[in-house]
Design a protein around this ligand. Structure first.
Ligand code: UDP
Length: 324
């Protein structure tokens, strides 16, 4: 198969490209490197089956030749990133998604949208099932991401109905692993960087808010299944192991083997209080369930960050100044 992956140099996208190449597919990665990094795909650049195009997908996608599938992963994804780049985030979720859908339409290709648990906003239903419509503030600082992804879902389903595009939607919950940007401000990367650097761990709010963290390999395995089938979704993808942020910080400290203090900072506006996927639909329709525990995944991720001491110390210094 020839698969176009937008955002293929990003955190999840690069692992996805790697797995597609490993199983013998041909991959064209389209990425503007605004939050992705060439290092993430460096090992793939030598492969005859891998092509990289540096392009902002919200302005167009110029890939030629037969295409079997288009997977649209491109977007800023960490809250500090999308808060800093609100218009880019709206553009890639709207025009970028339309460009990716048009490419799939022109080639009669399968289309996969990676949506997000953020479309549930600060959920009033727990755990979140796909038939919950969410509780999103349409004008708050997170709305640029949440509403762009909600629009992306809407336009994907409209292309299914109006143009017969074989589109599928997955809603990805908090994901972590190697290739996360050390300074992207997300909680897992921030806590690991701070613990490795011996700095205090920054906890926003009381730290009693929860998230459910999934190791990246599990998410990528589900994306492969979705590319290969005609399932429209939306399908929740995540690990239902729910932790408070303080529990996560304690686990990171235990794995790193450090005893640094936690410092408490104001909770960002509209920060969701609880988040946990109901993955019954993915289990039933995709025969998918996460295999890597949060502890195992964190151990692998800590090892990966620890092997990059320069990135960690540079990021630790920048995080000291980053407050959302
Ligand atoms: N958070 C934190 N310390 C940090 C970064 C984030 O306590 O250094 C909190 C954040 O306020 C949120 C949770 O951790 O409640 C998860 O944040 P993240 O940015 O990773 O992702 P989100 O799920 O909010 O998109």
């Amino acid at each position: 198969m020839h698969i176009v992956v937008t955002g293929g140099a990003g955190f999840i996208g690069s692992h996805f490209c790697e797995q597609l190449i490993a199983r013998g597919d041909r991959v064209t990665c389209v990425d503007d490197l605004s939050s992705g990094h060439i290092d993430n795909i460096y090992a793939l650049l030598g492969s005859p089956n891998f092509a990289f195009i540096e392009q902002d997908v919200s302005t167009g996608i110029t890939v030629t030749g037969p295409i079997d599938a288009v997977a649209h992963l491109a977007s800023p994804a960490s809250p500090p990133d999308y808060s800093r780049r609100p218009l880019d985030t709206l553009a890639v979720g709207s025009r970028g998604t339309e460009n990716a859908l048009n490419l799939a339409y022109e080639h009669g290709a399968r289309f996969l949208l990676t949506s997000t648990s953020e479309i549930y906003g600060d959920p009033k239903v727990h755990p979140q099932r796909e038939d919950y419509w969410g509780n999103v503030n349409p004008i708050g600082p997170r709305s640029v991401y949440d509403e762009a992804k909600r629009y992306a879902e809407a336009v994907t389903f409209a292309y299914r109905r109006a143009k017969n595009v074989n589109g599928g939607v997955v809603r990805i919950f908090n994901t972590f692993g190697p290739h996360m940007r050390a300074e992207d401000g997300r909680v897992v990367s921030s806590l690991i960087v701070q613990a490795l650097a011996g700095n205090a761990l920054t906890i926003y709010g009381s730290g009693k808010q929860t998230r459910s963290f999934c190791y990246v390999d599990d998410i990528v395995r589900a994306l492969m299944i979705m590319i290969d089938c005609d399932e429209p979704g939306p399908v929740n993808l995540g690990n239902p192991e729910e932790l408070t942020i303080v529990e996560l910080a304690e686990l990171v400290c235990e794995i790193v083997g450090c005893s640094v203090p936690m410092t408490f900072h104001p909770l960002p506006t509209d920060d969701p209080q609880r988040r946990k996927p109901d993955i019954g639909y993915a289990q039933q329709r995709l025969s998918w369930t996460p295999r890597v525990s949060v502890r195992d995944g964190l151990q692998r991720t800590v090892r990966w960050f620890a092997s990059r001491p320069d990135d960690v110390s540079a990021a630790a210094a920048r995080l000291l100044h980053l407050r959302t």
